[in-house]
Design a protein around this ligand. Structure first.
Ligand code: SF4
Ligand code: SF4
Length: 555
């Protein structure tokens, strides 16, 4: 599609994930006459949205009932949403053989109104975010929204004299490895817009540039986790034994064993997908301290656990991927320091771009959808007065209950980050009575300590990357920048042993001629873990040409 046709639009949405598409759907339903354009760097719908997830049904009703109240009976909805949770196993793994169900404790917590009770997900949809995104994309398009895939945003054009955004500058296409224009060179145009909605997902590049240019601040550092996941085709009997409506969240081994360690925040996840597939994942807080730790090693150990292995032994991995999750909660939401708005003038932050993940529930999809609805309502109300957009959005967001929910969970993750799982988990039940702690950024948590539960065999990153179907044009400049090579050899190597080579799930970093290099940028899964976990904050992830990156389909 010719991007020249979109040089100015009324509403420009960056990111076609659930938050951005919810905004597009609500906007076009309310104002079919408005030109609403969504840009996304992925090659196609859902290609950059990863994870099986539990989705609270009320959020979908709030979004889609005004469009078509009969949507739950439609075939596309059944394909995208799968089954509802009828068995919710929150477990504690002790070693590689023992597993204890924590549901009775969680039910007591729920009865007493304690935060842990929120982990129960009964009745939620069990969906693939990739499929959900593709479905929402088709709804938005049917209402008249323009969804432009392969359009990578490179910068936000900010007018500091008026404190407003002018538009979004797209990434140049057709540069060679040394940034010289090739015959197919296409300079990235600027799409100007009256209103801009940033819905890029976790650690968005434009979002971070906007936060800096507009002077937004976070009360506390954003904390991240990385999730690595595999979709496994199992036998009919294994799938039946697991259950089509069951979700498993497992705390403990191999991330945390009391007293003797390791001591990391996170856990394993199992979720049934359609056609005898089970998604198995491992989510690890990036405030881990082990310099030789690779989240895929923990995934391997999780899959070896007796409880997990019975359902997946002999299965075939058909898809894989990795992504980061923003876990910092309420304190990490970027706001205008003077008035607390989640945005500034004609720009607002949605979904994971803002950090609306509730770590007590271990989910944020419902909040992403509500933030999209709130942004659309605010846009309709403020088209004639764009400078009031961020104010209106924050007000609608409060009305949806998103911020109240974030408030209720605000102390859980930060308490575990401050005190570790052994003391932090139990103490977090004190919830709102706890103070705000100062938490260092994730990269500062690394130590020379070693992870003691390494699996016997080295993880096969090449196959993992192939299963993500990731692809970039080879002859473009490397989008992963190691800022100071001398730090790698003089400081990082002797102290930590070059952890980027170990933790990058795609094996992008290697030693080449005695230097650490981003040697395989075309394998990059766009998870951005390297940008947040290099212990010297020495890596910058920049945006490659549009269509680059993974091509998730059913994860
Ligand atoms: Fe260490 Fe970061 Fe250099 Fe990798 S890029 S070797 S993690 S300093
Ligand atoms: Fe993730 Fe960085 Fe590796 Fe790319 S290079 S897959 S962003 S850790």
């Amino acid at each position: 599609m010719d991007n020249k046709a979109y040089t100015h639009v009324s509403v420009l949405i960056v990111g076609s994930g659930p938050a951005g598409l919810s905004a597009a759907i609500t906007l076009k339903k309310a104002r079919p006459d408005l030109d609403v354009v969504v840009i996304d760097k992925a090659q196609g719908p859902g290609n950059h949205t990863l994870s099986g997830a539990s989705l609270e049904a009320h959020a979908l009703h709030a979004l889609l009932d005004p469009v078509d109240p009969g949507w739950p009976q439609s075939e596309p909805a059944k394909t995208a949403l799968g089954s509802r949770v009828d068995r919710d196993d929150v477990m504690f793994f002790l070693g590689d053989k023992h597993a204890f169900r924590m549901e009775p404790l969680l039910k007591i917590a729920k009865t007493m109104g304690l935060g842990f009770g929120e982990m129960i997900q009964h009745g939620d949809y069990l969906c693939s975010i990739s499929r959900l995104t593709a479905w929402l994309c088709s709804i938005a398009q049917s209402l008249g929204a323009e969804i432009l895939h392969g359009f990578a945003a490179g910068d936000i054009v900010w007018d500091s004299s008026t404190h407003t955004a002018v538009g979004i500058k797209l990434v140049d296409q057709g540069l060679d490895k040394e940034n010289n224009p090739q015959p197919n060179y296409l300079p990235g145009e600027t799409i100007t817009a009256d209103l801009i909605l940033l819905a890029e997902g976790c650690d968005g590049l434009i979002t971070e540039k906007f936060i800096q240019k507009a002077g937004l601040v976070r009360q506390g550092n954003q904390l991240y986790s990385v999730g690595v996941k595999q979709l496994i085709k199992v036998s009919e009997q294994q799938y039946k034994n697991f259950g089509a409506g069951r979700v498993v969240h497992a705390l403990g081994w191999p991330l945390w064993t009391p007293v003797i360690g390791p001591a990391m925040f996170g856990g394993g996840v199992m979720q049934p997908m359609s056609n005898n597939h089970i998604a198995v994942g491992m989510i690890v807080g990036l405030d881990y301290k082990y310099c030789d730790f690779n989240p895929q090693d923990a995934l391997t150990r999780f899959k070896e656990h007796k409880f997990v292995n019975q359902f997946i032994a002999g299965g075939t991995i058909v898809e894989a991927g990795a992504k980061m999750i923003p876990e910092g909660g309420l304190y990490a939401i970027p706001r205008d320091p003077a008035v607390g708005l989640i945005g500034r003038s004609n720009v607002v932050l949605l979904g994971d771009s803002a950090g609306f993940v509730n770590m007590l529930k271990i989910k944020g999809l419902h909040n992403a959808i509500y933030s999209g609805i709130a942004a659309a309502k605010a846009a309709v109300s403020s088209l004639d007065a764009p400078l009031g957009f961020a104010r209106m959005y924050t007000r609608f967001l409060e009305q949806t209950g998103v911020l109240k929910e974030m408030e209720s969970a605000k102390n859980f993750r930060q308490t575990v980050a401050k005190l570790g799982p052994l003391f932090g988990m139990p103490l977090s039940v004190l919830g709102k009575f706890l103070p705000k702690f100062h938490i260092e950024p994730d990269y500062q948590a690394m130590t020379p300590d070693r992870y003691r539960l390494k699996p016997a065999t080295k993880f096969d990153k090449d196959t993992f990357t192939a299963m993500a179907a990731t692809h970039h044009r080879e002859d473009q400049s490397c989008h992963l920048l190691i800022q100071d090579a001398s730090i790698c050899m003089e400081k990082c190597t002797p102290r930590f042993g070059r952890p980027c080579i170990t933790f990058c799930p795609a094996g992008v970093y290697e030693m080449v001629h005695d230097q650490v290099r981003a040697a395989n940028p075309s394998n990059c899964l766009h998870c951005k873990t390297c940008q947040r976990k290099c212990p010297y904050d020495n890596i910058r992830w920049t945006v490659p040409e549009g269509t680059g990156g993974p091509r998730y389909k059913t994860m």
